[in-house]
Design a protein around this ligand. Structure first.
Ligand SMILES: [Zn+2]
Length: 439
Protein backbone atom coordinates (compact mmCIF):
# COMPACT_ATOMS: atom_id res chain seq x y z
CA UNK A 1 0.00 0.00 0.00
CA UNK A 2 2.77 2.39 0.98
CA UNK A 3 4.70 1.48 -2.15
CA UNK A 4 1.64 2.33 -4.20
CA UNK A 5 1.41 5.75 -2.53
CA UNK A 6 5.10 6.28 -3.19
CA UNK A 7 4.58 5.54 -6.88
CA UNK A 8 1.59 7.87 -7.04
CA UNK A 9 3.59 10.61 -5.36
CA UNK A 10 6.35 10.17 -7.90
CA UNK A 11 3.89 10.31 -10.80
CA UNK A 12 2.19 13.36 -9.33
CA UNK A 13 5.55 15.02 -8.74
CA UNK A 14 6.45 14.39 -12.35
CA UNK A 15 3.14 15.85 -13.52
CA UNK A 16 3.45 18.91 -11.27
CA UNK A 17 7.01 19.58 -12.41
CA UNK A 18 6.00 19.66 -16.07
CA UNK A 19 2.69 21.43 -15.58
CA UNK A 20 2.56 24.79 -17.32
CA UNK A 21 -0.80 26.51 -17.12
CA UNK A 22 0.10 28.93 -19.91
CA UNK A 23 0.43 26.13 -22.46
CA UNK A 24 -3.07 24.67 -22.09
CA UNK A 25 -6.50 25.89 -23.13
CA UNK A 26 -8.89 27.43 -20.63
CA UNK A 27 -11.08 24.33 -20.94
CA UNK A 28 -8.16 22.07 -20.07
CA UNK A 29 -7.18 24.37 -17.21
CA UNK A 30 -10.68 24.12 -15.80
CA UNK A 31 -10.46 20.32 -16.03
CA UNK A 32 -7.06 20.43 -14.32
CA UNK A 33 -8.58 22.38 -11.42
CA UNK A 34 -11.20 19.66 -11.03
CA UNK A 35 -8.74 16.75 -11.23
CA UNK A 36 -6.20 18.34 -8.88
CA UNK A 37 -8.94 19.23 -6.41
CA UNK A 38 -10.19 15.61 -6.36
CA UNK A 39 -6.62 14.32 -5.87
CA UNK A 40 -6.10 16.85 -3.07
CA UNK A 41 -9.32 15.74 -1.34
CA UNK A 42 -8.46 12.03 -1.65
CA UNK A 43 -4.97 12.67 -0.34
CA UNK A 44 -6.38 14.64 2.61
CA UNK A 45 -8.63 11.67 3.44
CA UNK A 46 -5.74 9.20 3.33
CA UNK A 47 -3.64 11.60 5.41
CA UNK A 48 -6.38 12.00 8.05
CA UNK A 49 -6.93 8.23 8.33
CA UNK A 50 -3.21 7.53 8.53
CA UNK A 51 -2.60 10.33 11.05
CA UNK A 52 -5.41 9.03 13.27
CA UNK A 53 -3.66 5.64 13.21
CA UNK A 54 -0.35 7.26 14.26
CA UNK A 55 -2.15 9.17 17.01
CA UNK A 56 -3.38 5.89 18.52
CA UNK A 57 0.22 4.82 19.10
CA UNK A 58 2.96 6.55 21.08
CA UNK A 59 5.14 7.25 18.03
CA UNK A 60 4.56 11.00 18.37
CA UNK A 61 5.52 10.92 22.06
CA UNK A 62 8.84 9.32 21.20
CA UNK A 63 9.49 12.21 18.83
CA UNK A 64 9.21 14.61 21.75
CA UNK A 65 5.97 16.34 20.75
CA UNK A 66 3.38 17.67 23.17
CA UNK A 67 0.47 15.91 21.43
CA UNK A 68 -0.31 13.97 18.29
CA UNK A 69 -1.77 17.18 16.80
CA UNK A 70 1.44 19.09 17.54
CA UNK A 71 3.45 16.38 15.81
CA UNK A 72 1.17 16.35 12.76
CA UNK A 73 1.23 20.16 12.56
CA UNK A 74 5.01 20.20 12.70
CA UNK A 75 5.40 17.49 10.06
CA UNK A 76 2.81 18.85 7.63
CA UNK A 77 3.38 22.56 8.06
CA UNK A 78 -0.16 23.30 9.21
CA UNK A 79 -1.54 24.94 12.35
CA UNK A 80 -2.16 22.84 15.45
CA UNK A 81 -5.88 23.60 15.12
CA UNK A 82 -6.00 22.27 11.54
CA UNK A 83 -3.99 19.21 12.53
CA UNK A 84 -6.31 18.48 15.46
CA UNK A 85 -9.27 18.78 13.10
CA UNK A 86 -7.71 16.34 10.61
CA UNK A 87 -7.03 13.84 13.40
CA UNK A 88 -10.59 14.13 14.68
CA UNK A 89 -11.97 13.60 11.15
CA UNK A 90 -9.73 10.56 10.68
CA UNK A 91 -10.96 9.12 13.96
CA UNK A 92 -14.64 9.76 13.22
CA UNK A 93 -14.63 8.50 9.62
CA UNK A 94 -14.29 4.90 10.77
CA UNK A 95 -17.75 5.15 12.35
CA UNK A 96 -19.31 6.94 9.36
CA UNK A 97 -18.99 4.63 6.33
CA UNK A 98 -21.00 6.81 3.89
CA UNK A 99 -18.99 9.94 4.66
CA UNK A 100 -15.76 7.95 4.53
CA UNK A 101 -16.70 6.58 1.10
CA UNK A 102 -17.50 10.06 -0.26
CA UNK A 103 -14.23 11.41 1.16
CA UNK A 104 -12.27 8.54 -0.37
CA UNK A 105 -13.86 9.27 -3.76
CA UNK A 106 -12.55 12.84 -3.49
CA UNK A 107 -16.05 14.34 -3.20
CA UNK A 108 -15.46 16.12 0.12
CA UNK A 109 -12.85 18.71 1.00
CA UNK A 110 -11.07 18.35 4.33
CA UNK A 111 -13.30 21.09 5.78
CA UNK A 112 -16.49 19.49 4.46
CA UNK A 113 -15.48 16.07 5.77
CA UNK A 114 -14.60 17.58 9.14
CA UNK A 115 -17.91 19.46 9.46
CA UNK A 116 -19.98 16.42 8.47
CA UNK A 117 -17.99 13.99 10.63
CA UNK A 118 -18.41 16.31 13.59
CA UNK A 119 -22.19 16.77 13.15
CA UNK A 120 -22.93 13.19 12.12
CA UNK A 121 -20.90 12.05 15.11
CA UNK A 122 -23.50 13.83 17.28
CA UNK A 123 -26.47 12.67 15.19
CA UNK A 124 -25.66 9.71 12.87
CA UNK A 125 -29.17 9.84 11.35
CA UNK A 126 -28.31 13.19 9.73
CA UNK A 127 -25.33 11.82 7.77
CA UNK A 128 -27.07 11.18 4.42
CA UNK A 129 -28.79 14.55 4.39
CA UNK A 130 -25.56 16.41 5.21
CA UNK A 131 -23.71 14.58 2.44
CA UNK A 132 -26.45 15.60 0.04
CA UNK A 133 -26.20 19.20 1.24
CA UNK A 134 -22.41 19.16 0.73
CA UNK A 135 -23.03 18.51 -2.98
CA UNK A 136 -25.47 21.40 -3.32
CA UNK A 137 -24.39 24.23 -1.05
CA UNK A 138 -21.43 26.34 -0.06
CA UNK A 139 -19.07 25.38 2.74
CA UNK A 140 -20.57 28.05 5.00
CA UNK A 141 -24.11 26.81 4.39
CA UNK A 142 -22.98 23.28 5.16
CA UNK A 143 -21.28 24.44 8.36
CA UNK A 144 -24.44 26.27 9.44
CA UNK A 145 -26.52 23.15 8.87
CA UNK A 146 -23.94 21.05 10.76
CA UNK A 147 -24.11 23.49 13.69
CA UNK A 148 -27.91 23.16 13.71
CA UNK A 149 -27.63 19.38 13.59
CA UNK A 150 -25.23 19.34 16.53
CA UNK A 151 -27.40 21.75 18.52
CA UNK A 152 -30.52 19.69 17.85
CA UNK A 153 -28.73 16.51 18.95
CA UNK A 154 -27.64 18.13 22.17
CA UNK A 155 -30.14 17.17 24.86
CA UNK A 156 -30.12 20.50 26.66
CA UNK A 157 -29.40 23.83 24.91
CA UNK A 158 -29.72 25.67 28.25
CA UNK A 159 -26.93 23.52 29.72
CA UNK A 160 -24.81 24.24 26.67
CA UNK A 161 -25.41 27.99 27.08
CA UNK A 162 -24.30 27.81 30.73
CA UNK A 163 -21.27 25.69 29.86
CA UNK A 164 -20.12 28.09 27.14
CA UNK A 165 -20.70 30.99 29.52
CA UNK A 166 -18.66 29.27 32.25
CA UNK A 167 -15.78 28.77 29.83
CA UNK A 168 -15.91 32.19 28.17
CA UNK A 169 -12.64 34.05 27.73
CA UNK A 170 -10.94 36.97 26.04
CA UNK A 171 -7.29 36.36 25.29
CA UNK A 172 -4.66 38.50 23.64
CA UNK A 173 -1.29 37.57 22.24
CA UNK A 174 1.37 38.87 19.89
CA UNK A 175 2.08 36.85 16.77
CA UNK A 176 5.38 36.24 15.02
CA UNK A 177 5.11 39.49 13.07
CA UNK A 178 4.65 41.40 16.30
CA UNK A 179 0.96 42.13 15.70
CA UNK A 180 -1.48 42.18 18.55
CA UNK A 181 -4.28 39.58 18.34
CA UNK A 182 -7.57 39.32 20.17
CA UNK A 183 -9.45 36.06 20.61
CA UNK A 184 -12.74 35.90 22.42
CA UNK A 185 -15.05 32.95 23.07
CA UNK A 186 -18.61 33.33 24.34
CA UNK A 187 -22.23 32.50 23.51
CA UNK A 188 -23.49 33.47 20.01
CA UNK A 189 -25.92 36.05 21.41
CA UNK A 190 -23.03 37.89 23.07
CA UNK A 191 -21.13 37.90 19.77
CA UNK A 192 -24.21 39.14 17.95
CA UNK A 193 -24.56 42.05 20.39
CA UNK A 194 -20.92 43.04 20.07
CA UNK A 195 -21.02 42.88 16.27
CA UNK A 196 -24.29 44.84 16.23
CA UNK A 197 -22.60 47.57 18.28
CA UNK A 198 -19.62 47.64 15.89
CA UNK A 199 -21.64 47.57 12.66
CA UNK A 200 -22.74 51.24 12.49
CA UNK A 201 -19.24 52.51 13.31
CA UNK A 202 -17.68 50.09 10.81
CA UNK A 203 -20.14 51.13 8.10
CA UNK A 204 -19.53 54.83 8.74
CA UNK A 205 -15.74 54.34 8.49
CA UNK A 206 -16.20 52.26 5.33
CA UNK A 207 -18.38 54.92 3.67
CA UNK A 208 -15.94 57.63 4.72
CA UNK A 209 -13.03 55.68 3.19
CA UNK A 210 -14.91 55.08 -0.06
CA UNK A 211 -15.71 58.78 -0.29
CA UNK A 212 -12.00 59.53 0.06
CA UNK A 213 -11.09 56.91 -2.53
CA UNK A 214 -9.57 54.41 -0.08
CA UNK A 215 -10.40 50.74 -0.57
CA UNK A 216 -9.73 48.25 2.20
CA UNK A 217 -11.71 45.17 3.24
CA UNK A 218 -14.70 45.65 5.51
CA UNK A 219 -12.97 43.66 8.27
CA UNK A 220 -10.24 46.32 8.44
CA UNK A 221 -12.86 48.91 9.29
CA UNK A 222 -14.42 46.52 11.82
CA UNK A 223 -11.06 46.50 13.62
CA UNK A 224 -11.01 50.31 13.51
CA UNK A 225 -14.57 50.32 14.85
CA UNK A 226 -13.62 48.24 17.89
CA UNK A 227 -10.67 50.54 18.58
CA UNK A 228 -12.94 53.59 18.26
CA UNK A 229 -15.54 52.04 20.55
CA UNK A 230 -12.85 51.38 23.16
CA UNK A 231 -11.36 54.88 22.85
CA UNK A 232 -14.73 56.55 23.24
CA UNK A 233 -15.61 54.41 26.23
CA UNK A 234 -18.96 53.87 24.61
CA UNK A 235 -19.69 51.04 26.99
CA UNK A 236 -20.70 53.65 29.53
CA UNK A 237 -23.13 55.51 27.41
CA UNK A 238 -26.67 54.78 26.50
CA UNK A 239 -27.23 54.15 22.81
CA UNK A 240 -30.62 55.78 22.79
CA UNK A 241 -32.40 58.66 24.37
CA UNK A 242 -34.99 57.03 26.54
CA UNK A 243 -37.16 57.61 29.54
CA UNK A 244 -34.62 56.70 32.21
CA UNK A 245 -37.03 57.52 35.01
CA UNK A 246 -39.32 54.73 33.94
CA UNK A 247 -36.82 51.89 33.73
CA UNK A 248 -37.28 50.90 37.35
CA UNK A 249 -41.04 50.71 37.22
CA UNK A 250 -43.08 47.57 37.14
CA UNK A 251 -42.69 45.79 33.79
CA UNK A 252 -46.36 44.91 33.69
CA UNK A 253 -47.21 48.50 32.89
CA UNK A 254 -47.20 49.78 29.34
CA UNK A 255 -43.58 50.58 28.41
CA UNK A 256 -43.09 54.16 27.28
CA UNK A 257 -40.47 53.08 24.79
CA UNK A 258 -39.27 49.78 23.39
CA UNK A 259 -35.69 50.86 23.93
CA UNK A 260 -35.25 51.65 27.61
CA UNK A 261 -31.81 52.52 28.94
CA UNK A 262 -30.25 49.64 30.87
CA UNK A 263 -30.35 50.52 34.57
CA UNK A 264 -26.56 50.48 35.05
CA UNK A 265 -25.96 53.02 32.31
CA UNK A 266 -28.85 55.35 33.05
CA UNK A 267 -26.72 57.85 34.93
CA UNK A 268 -24.51 58.59 31.94
CA UNK A 269 -27.23 59.20 29.39
CA UNK A 270 -25.89 62.71 28.88
CA UNK A 271 -22.46 61.48 27.67
CA UNK A 272 -21.26 62.51 24.23
CA UNK A 273 -22.42 60.25 21.43
CA UNK A 274 -19.87 59.90 18.63
CA UNK A 275 -21.90 57.37 16.67
CA UNK A 276 -25.61 57.23 17.04
CA UNK A 277 -26.80 53.69 16.62
CA UNK A 278 -29.69 53.62 14.28
CA UNK A 279 -32.03 50.67 14.33
CA UNK A 280 -31.79 50.43 10.54
CA UNK A 281 -28.30 48.91 10.29
CA UNK A 282 -27.62 47.42 13.69
CA UNK A 283 -29.98 44.51 13.76
CA UNK A 284 -29.56 41.30 15.63
CA UNK A 285 -31.90 39.01 13.75
CA UNK A 286 -33.16 36.07 15.73
CA UNK A 287 -35.39 33.31 14.42
CA UNK A 288 -37.39 31.37 16.94
CA UNK A 289 -40.35 29.01 16.75
CA UNK A 290 -43.15 30.83 18.53
CA UNK A 291 -44.15 27.73 20.49
CA UNK A 292 -40.54 27.22 21.67
CA UNK A 293 -40.37 30.83 22.84
CA UNK A 294 -43.61 30.55 24.80
CA UNK A 295 -42.70 27.14 26.21
CA UNK A 296 -39.14 28.15 27.13
CA UNK A 297 -37.41 25.28 25.33
CA UNK A 298 -37.49 23.88 21.79
CA UNK A 299 -39.21 20.62 20.91
CA UNK A 300 -37.79 18.39 18.20
CA UNK A 301 -37.36 20.19 14.90
CA UNK A 302 -38.09 23.62 16.35
CA UNK A 303 -35.66 26.37 15.54
CA UNK A 304 -34.02 28.90 17.84
CA UNK A 305 -31.04 30.76 16.41
CA UNK A 306 -29.33 34.10 16.05
CA UNK A 307 -29.18 34.40 12.26
CA UNK A 308 -25.56 34.25 11.14
CA UNK A 309 -24.34 33.11 14.56
CA UNK A 310 -26.00 29.71 14.94
CA UNK A 311 -28.37 28.00 17.36
CA UNK A 312 -28.83 29.44 20.85
CA UNK A 313 -30.78 28.53 23.96
CA UNK A 314 -34.36 29.87 24.12
CA UNK A 315 -33.38 31.67 27.34
CA UNK A 316 -30.79 33.68 25.39
CA UNK A 317 -33.51 35.13 23.17
CA UNK A 318 -35.92 35.53 26.09
CA UNK A 319 -33.19 37.51 27.93
CA UNK A 320 -32.65 39.81 24.95
CA UNK A 321 -36.39 40.36 24.65
CA UNK A 322 -36.77 41.05 28.39
CA UNK A 323 -33.94 43.58 28.41
CA UNK A 324 -35.51 45.16 25.30
CA UNK A 325 -32.22 44.92 23.41
CA UNK A 326 -32.46 47.87 21.02
CA UNK A 327 -30.84 45.88 18.19
CA UNK A 328 -33.16 42.91 18.35
CA UNK A 329 -35.52 41.86 15.59
CA UNK A 330 -37.22 38.55 16.31
CA UNK A 331 -38.77 36.59 13.47
CA UNK A 332 -41.29 34.17 14.91
CA UNK A 333 -41.79 30.98 12.93
CA UNK A 334 -43.81 27.80 13.05
CA UNK A 335 -41.75 25.19 11.23
CA UNK A 336 -40.86 26.72 7.88
CA UNK A 337 -43.67 29.23 8.00
CA UNK A 338 -43.05 32.77 9.20
CA UNK A 339 -45.70 33.65 11.77
CA UNK A 340 -44.61 37.25 11.98
CA UNK A 341 -42.00 39.68 13.13
CA UNK A 342 -42.25 39.86 16.87
CA UNK A 343 -42.56 43.39 18.02
CA UNK A 344 -41.17 44.00 21.49
CA UNK A 345 -43.63 46.63 22.66
CA UNK A 346 -47.03 45.86 24.11
CA UNK A 347 -49.15 47.66 21.52
CA UNK A 348 -49.33 46.27 17.99
CA UNK A 349 -47.62 48.26 15.24
CA UNK A 350 -49.70 50.06 12.64
CA UNK A 351 -49.15 47.17 10.21
CA UNK A 352 -50.21 44.59 12.74
CA UNK A 353 -53.26 46.70 13.55
CA UNK A 354 -54.28 46.85 9.88
CA UNK A 355 -53.79 43.11 9.45
CA UNK A 356 -55.85 42.43 12.57
CA UNK A 357 -58.64 44.66 11.36
CA UNK A 358 -58.71 42.70 8.14
CA UNK A 359 -58.61 39.33 9.94
CA UNK A 360 -61.20 40.32 12.54
CA UNK A 361 -63.73 42.70 11.04
CA UNK A 362 -66.02 41.78 13.93
CA UNK A 363 -65.47 40.54 17.51
CA UNK A 364 -63.57 37.19 17.55
CA UNK A 365 -66.20 35.61 19.81
CA UNK A 366 -68.45 33.32 17.79
CA UNK A 367 -71.97 34.65 17.58
CA UNK A 368 -71.00 38.23 18.34
CA UNK A 369 -71.24 40.66 15.45
CA UNK A 370 -70.06 43.75 17.28
CA UNK A 371 -68.18 46.00 14.87
CA UNK A 372 -67.36 49.11 16.81
CA UNK A 373 -64.71 49.84 19.42
CA UNK A 374 -63.05 46.44 19.18
CA UNK A 375 -60.07 45.97 21.52
CA UNK A 376 -56.76 44.21 20.87
CA UNK A 377 -56.29 41.26 23.12
CA UNK A 378 -53.05 39.39 23.82
CA UNK A 379 -53.77 35.67 23.79
CA UNK A 380 -50.67 35.06 25.95
CA UNK A 381 -50.23 37.71 28.63
CA UNK A 382 -47.75 40.30 27.37
CA UNK A 383 -46.11 40.54 30.81
CA UNK A 384 -45.15 36.89 30.33
CA UNK A 385 -44.18 36.82 26.65
CA UNK A 386 -42.90 40.40 26.13
CA UNK A 387 -43.57 40.07 22.42
CA UNK A 388 -46.42 41.18 20.23
CA UNK A 389 -46.97 38.78 17.34
CA UNK A 390 -49.93 38.99 15.04
CA UNK A 391 -50.57 35.31 15.59
CA UNK A 392 -51.11 35.87 19.32
CA UNK A 393 -53.55 38.75 18.98
CA UNK A 394 -57.35 38.74 18.86
CA UNK A 395 -59.89 41.50 18.60
CA UNK A 396 -62.74 41.47 21.08
CA UNK A 397 -65.66 43.79 21.72
CA UNK A 398 -65.74 45.64 25.04
CA UNK A 399 -68.28 43.19 26.47
CA UNK A 400 -66.27 40.04 25.67
CA UNK A 401 -62.99 41.70 26.62
CA UNK A 402 -64.49 42.50 30.01
CA UNK A 403 -65.64 38.89 30.46
CA UNK A 404 -62.10 37.71 29.67
CA UNK A 405 -60.33 40.19 31.94
CA UNK A 406 -62.64 40.04 34.95
CA UNK A 407 -64.35 36.65 34.83
CA UNK A 408 -61.76 34.39 33.20
CA UNK A 409 -63.65 33.64 30.00
CA UNK A 410 -61.50 32.89 26.94
CA UNK A 411 -61.51 32.12 23.26
CA UNK A 412 -60.82 28.44 22.54
CA UNK A 413 -57.42 27.62 20.98
CA UNK A 414 -56.84 28.54 17.37
CA UNK A 415 -57.25 31.77 15.49
CA UNK A 416 -60.00 33.61 13.68
CA UNK A 417 -63.62 33.67 14.80
CA UNK A 418 -64.21 30.89 17.35
CA UNK A 419 -66.05 29.85 20.49
CA UNK A 420 -65.75 32.04 23.57
CA UNK A 421 -66.14 29.90 26.69
CA UNK A 422 -66.55 30.17 30.45
CA UNK A 423 -63.67 29.16 32.81
CA UNK A 424 -65.31 25.82 33.63
CA UNK A 425 -65.75 24.80 30.00
CA UNK A 426 -63.52 21.84 29.02
CA UNK A 427 -62.47 23.71 25.86
CA UNK A 428 -61.11 26.63 27.90
CA UNK A 429 -57.40 26.95 26.91
CA UNK A 430 -56.27 26.67 30.52
CA UNK A 431 -57.97 23.27 30.78
CA UNK A 432 -57.09 22.19 27.26
CA UNK A 433 -53.41 22.92 28.01
CA UNK A 434 -53.39 21.20 31.39
CA UNK A 435 -51.24 18.07 31.58
CA UNK A 436 -53.29 14.88 31.19
CA UNK A 437 -54.60 13.59 34.51
CA UNK A 438 -54.75 17.06 36.11
CA UNK A 439 -58.16 17.89 37.50
ZN1 LIG B 1 -68.09 40.35 21.27
Amino acid sequence: MCQRLGELREAMGDCAARFDADLITAGDASRAVEEASAIEKMAATVKALAAARVARTDVWRRRGDRSAAHELARRTGTSVGQAAQALETGRRLSALPETAAAARRGELSAQQASAIADAAGADPSAEAELLDQARRSSLQELKDQCARTRAAALPDPEARRRRIHDRRYLRTYNDSEGAWNLHMRDNPEVGAEIMAALAPIRDRLFAQARAEGRREPLEAYAADALAELARDGSGQQAPFEASASETSTDTSTEPASITPVPAQSAQSTQAAQPTKRSAANTKILVRVDLEALLRGYPAEGECCEVVGYGPVAVSAIADMIRTADPFLVAVATRGKEVVGVAHLGRSPTAHQRSALEWLYPTCAAEGCSALGRLQMDHRVDWAQSHVTVLDLLDRLCAHHHGLKTHEGWALVQGSGKRAFVAPDDPRHPRRANAPPGAA
